[in-house]
Design a protein around this ligand. Structure first.
Ligand code: NDP
Length: 339
């Protein structure tokens, strides 16, 4: 299978064209194209152009409203709720983020539930701008039911990622972003596409047997990372992103699904904290400087790195080197750009 090399400008242009032709408004397409372009820029293939056919198909099928504008509700001093109104999560995130930051600075901490949203992105993107802006931030989002609970074999939880970001003066922030499943579903799909087997421990087949066959793993259930500990995190994410925000759990939204390849509808919760408000000084300088000593201790040892460092290395390279996608995906994306 040969690859097609693209500049980041070409990635953005393809994303915009496909989304617009599929029925996404200019404003929403601009945000979503940035999500995919930034994923490609940071070397996160499972959430870059790979997602483009799914974005376009779920708008074309009418399951996701590509034109709807998110609605902001100032529910409480510490809560700004954004209703995506059955559209994508990314425009809702973009619409609510300034208000969330403003509330977090005013009070030290604030939250932003995003409801009725279709989330199809890498979660680090959602905290990145908040953390670049000096805030500590968490994000939790649920997905379609793919993951068996500890001891079970039935798909119940989503792959339910959580992200956490910490600002670093003069440096890009530390952000970790991890699914509560042993792998992201997109990673299994990429292994299937590329004809590779998956590592043991990622999934079980429909009979509950361990499998390294990506097709059998996709048909069966994904496993939480770390057994019952990852399962507890998956449950927590489901409760924070969905239980708390009044959306549908993954198992409840299963009946609304079709096979268009797009994301299910669910909820997301953002929490932002101003580090200036927690150290008793009204200033974040000492707090952030102290945290740097932890990072230094970690990095003293050979073989260590901070989460997100891999992305930052890719971010240095892709603006000049461009990115590659398989020819087959490129062809599918060009088809998305046709009427
Ligand atoms: P990974 O296991 O690849 O990475 C998890 C985190 O660990 C990343 O922050 C990564 O940083 C960091 N990391 C990896 N290796 C090391 C190391 N050696 N030392 C320190 N840190 C390290 O991610 P997942 O497979 O769990 O998830 C992939 C993506 O899928 C995520 O972006 C997630 O948000 C997304 N996803 C989205 C869903 C949705 O519904 N929207 C559902 C599920 C997942 P780095 O990036 O620098 O490698």
């Amino acid at each position: 299978m040969s690859d097609v090399r693209l500049t980041l400008e070409e990635v953005r242009d393809l994303a915009m064209r496909g989304l617009r032709v599929s029925g996404v408004s200019q404003e929403n397409a601009t945000v979503i194209a940035d999500v995919m372009t930034t994923a490609e820029q940071d070397g996160c293939k499972s959430h870059g152009l790979f997602r483009m056919p799914g974005y376009c198909a779920c708008v074309r099928s009418g399951r996701v409203d590509g034109k709807i504008a998110p609605a902001l509700h100032d529910d409480a001093p510490g809560v700004i709720r954004v209703d995506a109104q059955h559209g994508f999560a990314a425009p809702a995130m973009a619409a609510g983020r300034p208000k969330l930051a403003e509330k977090a600075r005013a009070q030290g901490i604030a939250t932003m539930p995003i409801v009725n949203a279709h989330h199809f992105a890498a979660l680090w993107y959602d905290v990145d701008a908040l953390v670049e802006d000096g805030l500590v931030a968490f994000a939790f989002v649920n997905s379609r039911s793919f993951v068996a609970p500890a001891g079970g074999i039935r798909k119940l939880y989503g792959t339910n990622p959580m992200a956490f970001g910490w600002p670093r003066p003069g440096k890009p922030p530390m952000i970790f972003d991890q699914a509560s499943s042993a792998s992201a579903r997109g990673e299994i799909q990429l292994h299937l596409r590329d004809g590779h087997s998956i590592p043991e421990g990622w999934a079980i087949d429909p009979n509950g047997n361990p499998t390294t066959d990506p097709e059998a793993g996709l048909a069966g259930a994904q496993l939480p990372f770390g057994g019952h500990k990852g399962a507890a995190i998956a449950m927590m994410v489901e409760l924070l992103a969905v239980g708390l925000t009044g959306c549908k759990f993954g198992f409840e939204s299963a009946q609304d699904e079709n096979t268009d390849g797009g994301p299910s509808e669910g909820g997301e919760l953002l929490i932002a904290m101003d580090p200036a408000r927690f150290g008793g000084t009204g200033d974040s300088t000492a707090t952030l400087a102290h945290a740097e000593t932890l990072f230094s201790e970690i990095l003293q040892e050979e073989g260590t790195r901070l989460p997100s460092d891999r992305r930052y290395i890719a971010r240095q390279q892709t603006p000049t080197e461009g990115i590659t996608i398989p020819e087959t995906l490129h062809k599918t994306i060009l088809e998305c750009c046709e009427t």
